[in-house]
Design a protein around this ligand. Structure first.
Ligand SMILES: N[C@@H](CCC(=O)N[C@@H](CS)C(=O)NCC(=O)O)C(=O)O
Length: 332
């Protein structure tokens, strides 16, 4: 991703390997994309067989942690957490006793990628799902993992689990999620990892134009699709939760902070105060990850003391927008 050698020397890296030739950030594609399901060649759904490896800094991994909790899949899928500070050896399990993941017995996430493909030479990214029976990564398809948890894993959901991906909304949720990824979720990375002024300016303009659209949409709707939380809200939330702590300063996404948006800020708080969202949000890990890892925000490894996060617990008043104020989830 970034020029890690330069970072290690304490310099701001000048190049990334994932650029479009004009200084724009162009993300690598996923290597392991076999879906969960009962079709031929698909990954069989089985309680206790898989371990989800996540970093609490990472928005793509955070989404999967939220959905796993909201659906009550904690007993079916275990979780391993890497140190949010990624060093030049990649994600590692140094927070665990002895520096190894207690289930997989590995020190580095790369070990599970190499178990799956000995020639793997790309970034070992989170989220990654590892089959504990083989120690191999079976999917790192962060685009589709949450919707697979919502559909293919249904038989293992808690009995009162909500429907985050209602069938009649799937087309619209997918369309919005694609736009969200490009404009907002990855939009902040395009600001942060741009290596040219024009690319940065364009990313900044697109990001804030997108946030303005969402601000308007959420002025009259409690959640993106109305009264109930869907997979699309999970996708937007993870970027909003990192906005003031990391992207505003670290990625120069600084036209305004999240707390300066009238509707987006209360919307984000409404979600934060929902089971599964706040419980998986770790602002300290987010700051350590973005400012303490190798990369463009971390030339000197200094972790900012602020911002004050106490506002996340304040009342949000969003119930008034909803026909089902006490019921944020759609039950099946
Ligand atoms: N799998 C995707 C997205 C996941 C992703 O980028 N995760 C980040 C953390 S938010 C990561 O694991 N980065 C590891 C690295 O850059 O070495 C990708 O390869 O771009």
């Amino acid at each position: 991703m970034t020029d890690t050698a330069a970072s290690a020397r304490g310099e701001i890296p000048e190049t990334t390997t994932e650029t479009d030739g004009k200084g724009g950030f162009s993300r690598q594609t996923n290597a392991f994309t076999t879906p969960f399901g009962d079709g031929p060649g698909e990954l069989p759904v089985e309680a206790g067989r898989y371990r989800l490896i996540a970093a609490l800094i990472c928005p793509w991994a955070h989404r999967q942690l939220i959905v796993r909790e909201v659906l009550g899949l904690q007993d079916a899928i275990s979780v391993g957490i890497v140190n949010p500070r990624r060093d030049d050896r990649g994600w590692n399990f140094s927070l665990d006793e002895g520096g190894v993941d207690p289930v997989l017995g590995i020190e580095f996430l790369m070990d599970a990628y190499r178990a799956a493909d000995p020639d793997y030479d790309r970034r070992a990214t989170v989220p990654a799902v590892v089959d504990v029976t083989t120690g191999k990564v079976v999917t790192n398809d962060y685009h589709h993992l949450s919707t697979q948890f919502e559909t293919a894993w249904r038989t293992l959901h808690a009995p009162d689990a909500p429907d985050l991906y209602p069938e009649e909304l799937r087309g619209e949720i997918d369309a919005l999620s694609t736009w969200l990824f490009d404009t907002v979720n990855n939009g902040v990375y395009k600001c942060g990892f741009a290596t040219g002024q024009e690319a940065y300016d364009a990313a900044y303009d697109a990001l804030f134009a997108g946030l303005d659209e969402l601000e308007e949409r959420l002025a009259t709707r409690r959640f993106l699709f109305g009264d109930h939380i869907t997979d699309a809200d999970v996708r937007l939330y993870v970027t909003l939760a990192r906005f003031d702590a990391a992207y505003y300063g670290g990625f120069k996404a600084n036209r305004q902070r999240l707390v300066d948006f009238e509707h987006l800020w209360v919307y984000a708080r409404d979600l934060y105060q929902t089971p599964g969202f706040g419980s998986t949000t770790d602002f300290q890990a987010i700051k350590e990850g973005y400012f303490g890892s190798q990369g463009v925000t971390s030339a000197y490894g200094i972790i900012p003391k602020g911002p004050d996060q106490s506002g996340w617990d304040a009342p949000h008043g969003r119930e008034a927008l909803s026909a089902t104020p006490q019921e944020r989830f759609r039950r099946r």
